[in-house]
Design a protein around this ligand. Structure first.
Ligand SMILES: [Fe+2]
Length: 475
């Protein structure tokens, strides 16, 4: 029996306008360029995001949509575009059924397929590891390998047949060693957190259960040269609601946030917990070691359970997606066990990127998008934070122009020790012109404005995380 709720989808801002899904998967070369694509920009800018393929039943959450990659390939001053769904297990099940089989995060899971109570859409992050893309999901799911040139889904990766866990959206790659570090979370039974390491060949080389008091949903993690940092934060899913098939998160302002630091191949015996003020963290900028201290820079949300935006059915989702995050520093002393913490800025900035050659090593610059003061999550600018000085820069996308997470594309021939020797690339959708484009900025001089703008053949809906694949690593 159908239990369809007649909710007016046209009233859901995350299904309309700049968020509306696109229907077609297309490929187009020789895109029109305003300005000149730098000859030393070679590689692929790729971004993941939700693109619901079937009309959702019930209330739709932005996080529910099927994963779709959009990519622009730059080479010899030219650009080509393509977009493809991540062909997940859920995608194939719905293809076979010729209809949607899941209801979203805001509806009870009881009517969803028993084999997958919440749909693993692989819609959240995309990373580049071992010569391939890996599409990942925010509640930890199957990692899907994708071809960075064609965006074809190669398939779910089981890391040489060894993977028994799921993989977090934010796995961290050390580009010096080629290793990828991830965690898994469990809703119903211990271990509620697990940790894993995949080597540069894609072989699962280490896993460890992590003891936490109950189900926890950290979103990101960090690495340093010698350690991994896992989080047990003050916002987590209500265990009783989970048992009843509902996903409901609560902030506990009386429970400290905890950061577990363990050697890269460590376990609970070698893990040290550090307590800090209650908070939630969606995204890490970077972490590194300085003497006895482990330094963590991230976007911290002080009040992660805001009151409803407008007391309407979607008000809670709208309020949560305001984020209200601020650049923040923690220093964990591995000798004394002491935590020091401090805010670094008061602007609402998120979706940070760095030169990913520096992931786990001391870095100076963070490139965060700024969140506009609107009901839905829109990025209206990019802030370049100077963590060692005051050389901050800002670039505003412009009236009615919405940006995306902007990774650093290292210039061909970039000097290894010049961290910002490259370009920031970002999808931008101009709502007034209904035209999407890619903006290319000089990372050393954001305020000079775009070096080039590449006009795209279709709208790129607002999305989540992005990656840069260097041209010389495309196979
Ligand atoms: Fe994320």
């Amino acid at each position: 029996m159908s239990i369809k709720i007649n909710f007016e989808h046209e009233q859901n801002p995350y299904l309309t306008g700049s968020y509306a899904p696109v229907k077609d998967e297309i490929t187009e070369s020789n895109l029109k360029v305003i300005g000149e694509i730098p000859a030393d920009l070679h590689g692929v800018y790729v971004r993941n995001g939700p693109n619901p393929r079937h009309t959702p039943e019930g209330r739709h959450h932005w996080f529910d949509g099927d994963g779709m990659l959009h990519a622009v390939h730059f080479e010899d001053g030219k650009a080509s575009y393509r977009n493809r769904y991540v062909r997940t297990k859920a995608y194939e099940m719905e293809s076979e059924a010729e209809k949607g089989l899941w209801r979203g995060l805001m509806e009870p899971a009881i009517h969803n397929p028993r084999s997958m109570p919440i749909k693993d859409t692989s819609n959240t992050d995309v990373i580049f590891h071992n010569g391939q893309l890996m599409a990942l999901w925010y509640l930890a799911g199957q990692p899907y390998r994708m071809d960075p040139r064609t965006l074809e889904t190669i398939g779910a990766d089981d890391f040489h047949g060894k993977l028994k866990l799921n993989v977090s959206a934010h796995a961290k790659v050390d580009r010096k060693t080629g290793e990828a570090f991830f965690f898994d979370q469990s809703f119903f039974k211990a271990p509620y957190l697990s940790y894993g390491v995949v080597d540069h060949t894609g072989d699962l080389v280490h896993t460890a259960p992590i003891e936490v008091p109950g189900p926890r949903q950290p979103h990101d993690m960090a690495i340093t040269e010698n350690y991994a940092i896992l989080m047990d934060l003050s916002l987590f899913a209500d265990p009783e609601a989970l048992k009843a098939g509902r996903y409901k998160v609560n902030f506990h302002p009386d429970i400290p946030s905890r950061f577990g630091i363990l050697p890269r191949r460590g376990d609970m015996q070698s893990l040290k917990w550090f307590e800090a003020d209650p908070c939630y963290v969606y995204h890490v900028v970077n972490a590194w070691e300085e003497g006895d201290e482990v330094v963590l820079i991230a976007c911290r949300v002080k009040d992660p359970e805001p009151t409803s935006y407008d007391n309407k059915p979607l008000g809670k989702m709208l309020a949560f997606l305001r984020l209200d995050a601020h650049l923040y520093e923690w220093r964990f002393n591995m000798k004394t066990g002491e935590t020091k913490e401090r805010p670094l800025d008061d602007a609402n900035t998120e979706f940070p990127t760095i030169n990913d050659n520096f992931t786990g090593y001391k870095s100076r610059y963070a490139y965060n998008v700024h969140l506009s003061d609107e009901p839905t999550l829109f990025f209206d600018g990019i802030f370049k934070y100077d963590l060692q000085g005051d050389q901050h820069q800002r670039f505003w996308f412009g009236e009615g122009r919405r940006g995306s997470e902007a990774p650093l594309a290292r210039r061909v021939g970039a000097k290894d020790d010049v961290e910002d020797d490259g370009y920031l690339v970002s999808f931008v959708h101009d709502e007034r012109e209904n035209q999407s484009e890619v903006v290319i900025l000089d990372a050393q001089n954001l305020e000079a404005g775009p070096v080039a703008r590449v006009l795209l053949p279709q709208r790129v809906p607002m999305g989540f995380h992005a990656a840069w694949v260097p041209g010389d690593e495309l196979t």
